[in-house]
Ligand binder design. Structure first.
Ligand code: CP
Length: 316
């Protein structure tokens, strides 16, 4: 596997899900595969789970790991080809990516959107620059538009928690927040759910429609109560507007999920990628309740990362 930046890099979804579940059952079964190999992680933005789960996954495979918080510890990167670098950027991505490829056998990159220009963010300029100039496999650790490691984990967690022959109903519901967040997690979750063996529904207030490139195949219901009826899994996430890019259109109705609202579901399991602003995005009662899957999701981040790294080590 040369890159993992979206579900399109997965050849057989069922097979890779089973591989992750098998690695979870026996995490050290490939503990020598990564001997003398180095994983390099470049963070342009903060992270808790992605950073730690990638490191743990690499260690389980016997790899060494180096981490660069590039915005705090590195030189400011220039992304434009052919630019005259007489401004505040000091190092060109062409050089940085080439050098990472000498130091590392696999490179992970986290590069959030700026939420200022839809065209700039959805062009995935930063991720694509690393893809262009790195000569080793690249893993997205969340880009401007997608978070494939999270979505792989979310689907793995749904599979582990569903043992009926029928398809589960999975609902992605928008949640309130105090600041504008990227669309990467909901875009990615939608893209994965639309290809998975589930009935997938998205519910959000007016003005929060996601990019149709990622929601093709989903049922979109604006009434949250209606959408939640009979749900087996409810995935809670805030995102900012795609249409009026990066804005937070006013929402008059109450979109905070509560125990009361969940009564209309099929005793739904509650999911969130974390970090979560408790009692703003999702209530304590649901986050800490017996149907919450949030810790299982966070745990599974290790095994989906390990599956992707293993694939890159076996056939780079
Ligand atoms: N879910 C997730 O990606 O968590 P972090 O932002 O903490 O890595």
């Amino acid at each position: 596997m040369k890159k993992f930046t979206s579900i399109n890099d997965i050849q057989d979804l069922e097979m890779i899900l089973n591989e992750a579940i098998q690695l979870k059952a026996n995490p050290y079964s490939f503990k020598d595969l990564g001997k003398n190999k180095t994983l390099g992680l470049i963070f342009m933005n903060p992270s808790f789970r992605t950073r730690l789960s990638m490191q743990k996954a690499a260690l389980n495979l016997g790899m060494n790991v180096i981490v660069l918080n590039i915005n705090q510890e590195g030189w400011k990167l220039e992304m434009e080809d052919g630019s005259i670098m007489n401004g505040d950027s000091v190092e060109h991505v062409k050089d940085a990516a080439a050098i990472m490829s000498v130091y590392c056998d696999i490179v992970g990159i986290r590069c959030f959107p700026e939420l200022k220009s839809k065209e700039a963010d959805y062009s995935e300029n930063v991720l694509n620059s690393f893809l262009k100039y790195c000569t080793v496999p690249i893993v997205s650790m969340e880009s401007a538009t997608l978070h494939p490691l999270q979505s792989f984990t979310d689907l793995m967690t749904i599979k582990e928690n569903w043992n009926k022959p029928s398809k589960p109903k999975v609902v992605l519901t928008w949640a309130p927040h105090i600041k504008a967040l990227p669309q990467a997690v909901p875009n990615s979750f939608s893209e994965w759910m639309c290809k998975a063996d589930v009935d997938f529904v998205i519910t959000h207030p007016e003005g929060y429609e996601l990019c149709e490139d990622f929601t093709n195949g989903a049922t979109i219901i604006s009434n949250q109560e209606e959408a939640l009826k009979g749900a087996d899994f409810v995935y809670v996430k805030n995102w900012s507007s795609y249409e009026n890019y990066g804005s937070m259109p006013e929402v008059k109705e109450d979109w905070l999920l509560t125990n009361e609202k969940v009564k209309g579901t099929n005793k739904a399991k509650i999911m969130h990628c974390l970090p979560v602003r408790r009692n703003v995005e999702l209530t304590d009662e649901l986050l800490d309740g017996s149907d919450s899957l949030i810790l299982k999701q966070a745990e599974n981040r290790i095994y989906t990362a390990q599956t992707i790294l293993k694939k890159m080590l076996v056939a780079p």
